[in-house]
Design a protein around this ligand. Structure first.
Ligand code: NAP
Length: 320
């Protein structure tokens, strides 16, 4: 399907005032103004039927005059929620979505300044953004996050479940708290966000969910029993939810990155990094922007409309 060129301008004035969530984290107020859109984007997937009001065919000049006064049809930019978007892969995804013209909710847990910066970058790229501070492993924070997006922009079109942590250790020494923290965010958080966002998507029979899993969830990894169990769970969850929501027009897919350069991998140390690089056929870590490109395809591209329940590895060839 060919892309529809969309050029125009919109003035958006929005102010969300002090949304305090129960964990004490605060949604930062943002004021957006005079946002300019000027890009190529296929909005047809979000608005499959643009209705032009026409009262019958008139001849010659009359038809031309009619066309010239016809208002430009209103097209809405997709509303995207990216969890854990203050740094790393989530930040790259939020920027890619912003650059594509989306309205992006940038979620974070602690890094409010970094999240603010992400919003500023999105605005500079021509998109719209707001930050939401909240722990997505907590039901009340998730409800508040979804409400923030809906209050600001009326809906949720795309959910990217990206927030994740590691608490590595060999099983024989792994504490219950290490296990529980990772499962709570990396798996339960995905459940909570997906359940809340799909309630909105179901009403319009349209939406896309993208879960950031890991190749570790496919093949396992020494020292990551908690993390691999959570990511393996995310993969099975993706397939099940894809089946449940297919008839509602909602697609659900997972992306499974290998080793990507981010804060998460920066702490591994030179020795481990050397060993890891030997296992990657392409001989390097991936970049967050490469994962973001794949997520953007799954979230916005009409070609991915026919994909659901899939797990796409992006790992330099580690798993093949
Ligand atoms: P990262 O750089 O450590 O960033 C993690 C993000 O998650 C931050 O924005 C952080 O917010 C947010 N976060 C942490 N706890 C949260 C919570 N309770 N609620 C909401 N947000 C929270 O991680 P990354 O490397 O970009 O990884 C992103 C995703 O990709 C994760 O799901 C990870 O498992 C997955 N992944 C990464 C790699 C890799 O090699 N990097 C490989 C495979 C899969 P704050 O800044 O506020 O803490």
């Amino acid at each position: 399907m060919a892309s529809t060129a969309f050029a125009g301008s919109a003035t958006v004035a929005f102010k969300s005032t002090g949304i305090a969530n129960k964990s004490g984290l605060t949604a930062v107020d943002r004021k957006l103004s005079s946002v300019q859109f000027n890009r190529t984007f296929d909005y047809s997937i979000w608005q499959s039927k643009l209705s032009f009001s026409s009262s019958g065919v008139k001849a010659g000049m009359a038809t031309i005059e009619q066309a010239s006064v016809e208002p430009t049809p209103k097209v809405e930019a997709p509303v995207v929620i990216v969890t854990g978007a203050s740094r790393g892969i989530g930040k790259a995804i939020a920027l890619a979505m912003g650059k594509a013209g989306c309205k992006v909710l940038v979620n974070y847990a602690r890094s409010s300044k970094e999240a603010e910066e992400v919003c500023k970058e999105i605005e500079a790229l021509g998109g719209q953004a707001l930050t939401f501070g909240g722990d997505v492993s907590k039901e009340e924070d998730v409800a508040s996050m979804i409400k923030t997006a809906v209050d600001a922009w009326g809906t949720v079109d795309v959910l990217v479940n990206n927030a994740g942590i590691t608490r590595d250790g060999l099983l024989m020494r792994m504490k219950l708290s290490q296990w529980q923290e990772v499962i709570a965010l990396n798996l339960t958080g995905v459940f909570l966000c997906t359940q809340a966002a799909t309630k909105i998507m179901m009403k319009k029979r349209k939406g896309r969910v993208i879960n950031i899993a890991s190749i570790v969830g496919v093949v396992g990894n020494v020292g990551q029993a908690n993390y691999s169990a959570a990511k393996g769970g995310v993969i099975s969850f993706t397939k099940t939810v894809a089946r449940e929501y297919a008839s509602r027009g909602i697609t659900v897919n997972a992306v499974a990155p290998g080793f990507i350069a981010s804060d998460m991998t920066a702490t591994l140390g030179d020795e481990i990094e050397k060993k890891i690089l030997q296992t990657i056929p392409l001989g390097r870590y991936g970049q967050p922007e490469e994962v973001a490109g794949l997520v953007e395809f799954l979230a916005l591209n009409p070609a991915s409309k026919y994909m659901t329940g899939q797990v796409l590895n992006i790992d330099g060839g580690m798993v093949m």
